[in-house]
Ligand binder design. Structure first.
Ligand code: SF4
Ligand code: SF4
Length: 435
């Protein structure tokens, strides 16, 4: 067993209100510089929707040059040395500025001095990059307006793949927010794809960083990252990415996004994993087995063998204690509530999500009652407002049973806590119903 420590995050999606406080505070801390105007290390995207950068989940389009080899490592797909070389030099698989959406600013002078008008101003904003008025057709979170209807089915591959379960009626439409940062993957394809060896995963805590002195601006990491969480600074000519706020972490402070999150939905913690098993886990043939393989990599920090191995590996004793207290470990392994984003990308992402629990559509339609009722939820877990298939496409490579289990557990917890908060004796059958 080669035990390694990893900083990881769990986000509880039910609590995200899409306020973007996390994005703005992250931007102020890390990308408030020339060359990074368009960059959001933390973004909050609308689901269903195209995400950020637009359409990043279309792996054929953006990552067509890469493939997972039989030993679980990422390699260039193109055959033959010449083709591989050509692929490195041309690297066509990059989103453009229109996919990140061009940064713009209000003209504050006009805002303050313009005379009162009858109509809302409709002049397009000016680009921060060119100073010209922009012809914008799409921007981040414009998907909010479409609410999960057929209008979006062509745009969101996760939605398209659930076919006739896409809702048409207003009462049946849905949306939720998905905050995203770099996944600080256990099998990071950005590291594998960098020809200069400039990207590395820190031994002590698994945080993935770009060595600015070694980066030669190949941008292969941008096409190599399936989550599109590496960005090119066109001023410095170097790649940049989320650092998991490592200077704060080293001082015992949370990341900026977690500390400022209005919904208090981000949990940060240390987990241990067996580094010798990562490649094997990333190579399991059936995509639906990847979630379980990834979860199995995370070790029980209370297990005496794991504690011994951690001490032999030089992990400080207080880190072992921290792993035992880790809310991330509890949410993933003890409570079985957290799921990884797109495990089928095989990079073993370390930002996990508790999927949103939505009410049963028929109950809402028939009674107008829009709250969660544990009994209804248990009985009709596949008739939720957010189709379970949609969540499964995001978090379990399509395994709806795993998502249903998580949602039932959430429903049980809510019903149990609601009874306690109302001063009612909790129905002890509820927790037993979901194990
Ligand atoms: Fe690298 Fe992308 Fe994984 Fe982050 S999400 S570690 S940038 S492969
Ligand atoms: Fe969601 Fe928290 Fe970010 Fe607001 S600050 S958008 S609640 S993750």
């Amino acid at each position: 067993m080669r035990i390694m420590a990893q900083m990881a995050m769990v986000m509880n999606l039910d609590k995200c209100i899409g306020c973007h406080t996390c994005s703005v505070t992250c931007k102020q801390a890390w990308t408030n510089r020339k060359g990074t105007e368009y960059v959001w290390f933390n973004n909050v995207e609308t689901r269903p929707g195209q995400g950020y950068p637009r359409g990043y989940e279309d792996q054929e389009k953006w990552q067509g040059g890469w493939a997972l080899s039989r030993n679980g490592r990422l390699k260039l797909k193109a055959g033959g040395k010449l083709k591989k070389l050509a692929s490195i030099f041309s690297n066509p698989k990059l989103p453009g500025i229109e996919d990140y959406y061009e940064p713009w600013s209000y003209e504050y002078d006009n805002l303050l001095s313009a005379p009162e008008q009858k109509h809302i101003p409709t002049a397009p904003p000016k680009s921060l990059l060119t100073g010209e008025r922009m012809d914008i057709k799409w921007s981040g979170n414009w998907d909010d307006d479409l609410g999960g209807t057929y209008a979006k089915a062509d745009l969101d591959p996760m939605l398209k793949s659930i076919g006739d379960k896409v809702k048409l009626e207003f009462e049946e439409t849905f949306m939720f927010y998905l905050p995203r940062i770099c996944e600080h993957c256990l099998n990071p394809s950005c590291v594998a794809s960098c020809p200069s060896g400039a990207i590395y995963k820190r031994e002590e805590d698994g945080i993935v960083l770009v060595d600015q002195d070694s980066c030669r601006g190949w941008r292969m990491c941008i096409s190599g990252c399936p989550y599109k969480k590496i960005y090119f600074n066109h001023r410095t000519g170097k790649a940049e990415k989320c650092t998991f706020c490592y200077p704060r972490i080293e001082n015992g402070e949370p990341t900026v996004c977690a500390e400022t999150c209005v919904g208090r939905l981000r949990y940060i913690g240390l987990v241990f994993y067996d580094a010798d098993k990562v490649t094997e886990a990333a190579s399991v043939p059936d995509e639906k087995d990847l979630f379980a393989a990834q979860k199995d990599l995370i070790l029980d920090p209370h297990d005496p063998d794991v504690m011994d191995a951690a001490e032999r590996a030089g992990i400080p004793h207080d880190w072992i204690m921290a792993a035992q207290r880790s809310p991330v470990y509890k949410l993933i392994k003890e409570y079985d509530l957290a799921l990884p984003l797109h495990p089928e990308y095989r990079t073993m992402p370390m930002v996990w999500y508790i999927p949103p629990l939505s009410p049963v559509v028929d109950v809402v339609k028939d009674t107008g009652y829009d709250a969660e009722n544990a009994v209804n939820l248990f009985a009709a877990i596949d008739e939720l407002r957010i189709p379970i298939e949609y969540l499964a496409n995001l978090f379990t490579a399509g395994d709806t049973d795993v998502v249903a289990d998580v949602l039932r557990r959430m429903a049980a917890m809510r019903a149990f806590m609601r009874d306690i908060n109302m001063g009612v004796e909790p129905d002890v059958r509820i927790p037993h119903a979901v194990g």
